[in-house]
Design a protein around this ligand. Structure first.
Ligand SMILES: [Zn+2]
Length: 174
């Protein structure tokens, strides 16, 4: 038996609730191990002292006073609970933010999915000259640039880039 096992079983050993086999093993370990033997003696002495302490006699009205204090503490807790509870405003704000986060997550996953399939060749994506001619249909140069660099394409960033592109194109008189 290891010391750790002895210490784990020691309370049951003291309470005499171990199996006969375990008790024999514990006693065997006590004869073999000085440290556990000392431990056992210390615990037994402590228990002996504890059991021989004079019993504490509560005063006659102890139970009444204890109950009064418990009731008072419970009332205080209940009042604090009402006070601390979230207001309707903060509750609605929390609910709204949860909805917004969920909506954004849905948007990200919906929009990001096709982007993942868009495996573009690792061509150095030089921004095409802002010629008055239209870029290839359906392909946005800013989007190609960010996708080919392997950067995560966030829908918001994509939209921002596209917006800039449109503004620039409009300024150039496309
Ligand atoms: Zn031991």
């Amino acid at each position: 038996m290891m010391c750790r096992e002895f210490r784990d079983l020691h309370p049951a050993f003291l309470d005499d609730t171990l199996s006969a086999h375990a008790i024999v093993e514990m006693q065997l370990h006590l004869t073999e191990c000085v440290r556990c033997s000392r431990y056992d003696t210390a615990i037994r002495r402590g228990l002996l002292v504890l059991r021989n302490l004079p019993a504490v006699e509560p005063s006659a009205d102890f139970l009444d006073r204890l109950n009064q204090k418990l009731v008072a503490a419970r009332e205080l807790d209940a009042r604090a609970e009402v006070f601390r509870g979230p207001g309707v405003g903060s509750f609605l704000a929390t609910a709204a933010s949860v909805v917004v986060v969920g909506f954004l997550a849905a948007m990200v996953f919906d929009v990001a999915k096709p982007a993942r399939d868009l495996r573009l060749p690792p061509v150095v994506a030089v921004r095409p000259p802002m010629a008055p001619s239209a870029p290839p249909a359906g392909v946005n140069s800013a989007f190609v640039a960010s996708a080919s660099m392997g950067l995560p394409v966030w829908p918001a960033a994509m939209m921002a880039e596209q917006a800039q592109e449109h503004f620039a194109a409009e300024e150039l008189g496309r």
